[in-house]
Ligand binder design. Sequence first.
Ligand code: SAH
Ligand code: SF4
Ligand code: F3S
Length: 463
Amino acid sequence: MSRSCISPDAILRQLALCQSIQARLPEHPLAYVASYGCQQNEADSERLRGYLQTMGFSFVQEPEGADLVLLNTCAIRQHAEQRVFGNVGALRHTKRRKPGQKIVVCGCMAQQPHAADRLRTSFPYVDLVFGPQELWRFPELLLQRLDSGKRVFATQDVPGTVSEGIPVVRGSGVKAWVSIMYGCNNFCSYCVVPYVRGRERSREPEYILQEIRALAQEGYREITLLGQNVNSYGKDLDSGQDFAWLLEQVDAIPGDFILRFMTSHPKDASPRLFDVMARGEKIAPALHLPFQSGSSRVLKAMNRGYTREHYLSLITQLRQRIPNVVLTSDVIVGFPGETQAEFEETLSLIETVKFDALFTFLFSPRKGTPAEGLEDPMPAQQKQQNFQRLLETQNGISALKHHAYVGKTLPCLVDGTDEKGNPIARTRGGRLVHLNGPALPEGTWADVTITAASTWALFGSIN
Ligand code: SAH
Ligand code: SF4
Ligand code: F3S
């Protein structure tokens, strides 16, 4: 499939439609926007907010009383989907109390045919539904809803595009997401993403670099490059430029920021990438490299394209270059057909690698994926027990890793406050530090001495 770009003129036309929408809205309209998914989903919400702001909306923290409610959904696991349906159900009442409220459901869940059908039949008060590939024409779709008086569903399986010039309202003045590519071509057998986000498309490097130069000038301190598999960046571009090249270019942009990226895929991560990371001045000494399973047989059934041995050799090569690299990963417990011995291989992999932190998931069957129909003989209770064992093992490792920081002094970026209002910061490797002492402005780099540690976080004081 050829890579298709939405022309800047087409985006300008969408922006002009924002003015027509504004003319049809009450004065000072209010919008509530919620994201349910990954960082990519958050980045999409920032663009949807950009469009909404162009329509004249201000933003509120709850749906009650808002003129427009937008839920940007996720479909990665059953739980994500249930949460969205629960919240859409509750909107029946907010809409009753605010006649004229417009309800928009978009994102990955909306792109699944069964979910779109359920929204159509069981939630008649939802006004507009569209998938991630249609985000660029949100103004056009909303105007269609306002003018036709009919509900609008734009959830057909359309080829994905790349568009530039959509305005963005960022959630933070310190940390910024920058999508460098969209979609996924990997078709891991458990995963819904390739079905709901379409094929891999890379943004042209010049647009990415331009966006980051502007962010650096505006004083952003942390920039995270996003893609489902950043290591395949550029494969669809004619220029032959790849992710390692892009990372070097971004690293060379003047500014006081730290550079992160996610997600890397072990089948495409290369020593060349690790060399660039080791050389980079701004690149965080951190890698999120999901392994999913410690068993080569299960990895094959997952269609991951690497073996346990390959994964372990990547970790060795990375640590040779960046000895203190902060390593994080994702793992799935209870993939259909995973035996107890194969689960033990996963456990032994985490004991061998000693990740700093791990995101652990119980397998969740997704409609339309190859793993949905596989035989799954292991009882749920046994899967649950395995899951607990994995968590406990990793908690022990995380605690040990964190305790090794105690007594050290490290540069940290102050990036917000915790739920108690105390300042928090991140190490260059991305570990969370609760600070005691006076709050410093977000975006300040400070030398922090680590005084204590727990499984989840570090505690420190500013020097
Ligand atoms: N593109 C990223 C992952 C995106 S989804 C990558 O390939 O690494 C984030 C994580 O959700 C995955 O790494 C996987 O561990 C988990 N996940 C995806 N589909 C799942 C499913 N059906 N059941 C359980 N966990 C799943
Ligand atoms: Fe899903 Fe695999 Fe693509 Fe990640 S690489 S988004 S897990 S299909
Ligand atoms: Fe992200 Fe969920 Fe979609 S994890 S890509 S929002 S399915």
